[in-house]
Design a binder for this molecule. Structure first.
Ligand SMILES: NC(=O)c1ccc[n+]([C@@H]2O[C@H](COP(=O)([O-])OP(=O)(O)OC[C@H]3O[C@@H](n4cnc5c(N)ncnc54)[C@H](OP(=O)(O)O)[C@@H]3O)[C@@H](O)[C@H]2O)c1
Length: 201
């Protein structure tokens, strides 16, 4: 990414339009969707140059005349477009989701892409009684969310991962078993863990 990213000092945004707010970003993430977009994977919908950053949390600093006044000073997640990798970003207030006060900044900044995707996957695809789920890419952040949401439904997941050295498993107890694909016999281990068949992968 270093070959195409440039850090620039720019003057602050213009005064916000009627429905716009200026958000002072506190914490942003580097999500795989940022990396893909910067790499040009979504060329048809990306105009370069652009400010990356699909998610992050910040505080509304100023607002246009159409914005409810109580939102000024509110910590929000500006959604719907890139632009979180800057100190001040302009956004439509209707796309700014308030961040619950009990969520620390370092969690709030991640509270959009992966948790919502995992939530939708579980809501849409776990419609029948599932007992046994296999999650590939188990070391990813989104897999952790899936395992947590499934556990809340009483389902413990089997996880498949490539076995990167030094990988820490913060929520190890959520997994019924974790199978590493860089070890011989992993396919048999998956079969054994399926307990007669997976209800979902
Ligand atoms: N369409 C959507 O709405 C949507 C939403 C959310 C996420 N996603 C996608 O879901 C995926 C995971 O996202 P995330 O945020 O959870 O990612 P993440 O936490 O950054 O995890 C990325 C994982 O990829 C693994 N990895 C990297 N290079 C690899 C390689 N060469 N071979 C095998 N594994 C490799 C790493 O495994 P190690 O632990 O072994 O290093 C790492 O755990 C991404 O592709 C993301 O774009 C899509």
């Amino acid at each position: 990414m270093g070959e195409v990213l440039t850090l620039r000092e720019v003057s602050g945004p213009a005064p916000p339009g009627t429905d716009d707010v200026v958000v002072r970003m506190i914490a942003s993430t580097v999500n795989p969707s940022d990396v893909l977009t910067i790499a040009g994977a979504h060329g048809s919908r990306t105009t370069f140059p652009f400010v990356p950053g699909f998610e992050g949390a910040g505080v509304i600093e100023s607002a246009g005349c159409g914005v409810p006044r109580e939102l000024i000073g509110q910590r929000v997640l500006p959604l719907g477009s890139a632009g979180s990798w800057q100190q001040l970003r302009c956004a439509d207030w209707r796309w700014c989701v308030p961040a619950p006060a009990d969520l620390p900044d370092e969690i709030a900044r991640f509270a959009h892409i992966n948790p919502l995707t995992a939530h939708l996957m579980v809501e849409r695809f776990c419609t029948r009684a599932a007992r046994n789920v296999l999650i590939t890419g188990a070391s990813t952040t989104i897999a952790g969310h899936l395992a947590e949401l499934l556990a809340a439904r009483g389902i413990t997941s089997a996880g498949l991962h490539r076995g990167a050295p030094g990988r820490a498993w913060p929520h190890r107890g959520l997994w019924r078993c974790l199978v590493t694909t860089d070890r011989p016999g992993w396919a048999q281990q998956v079969r054994d863990s399926s307990q007669g068949g997976f209800d979902g992968v």
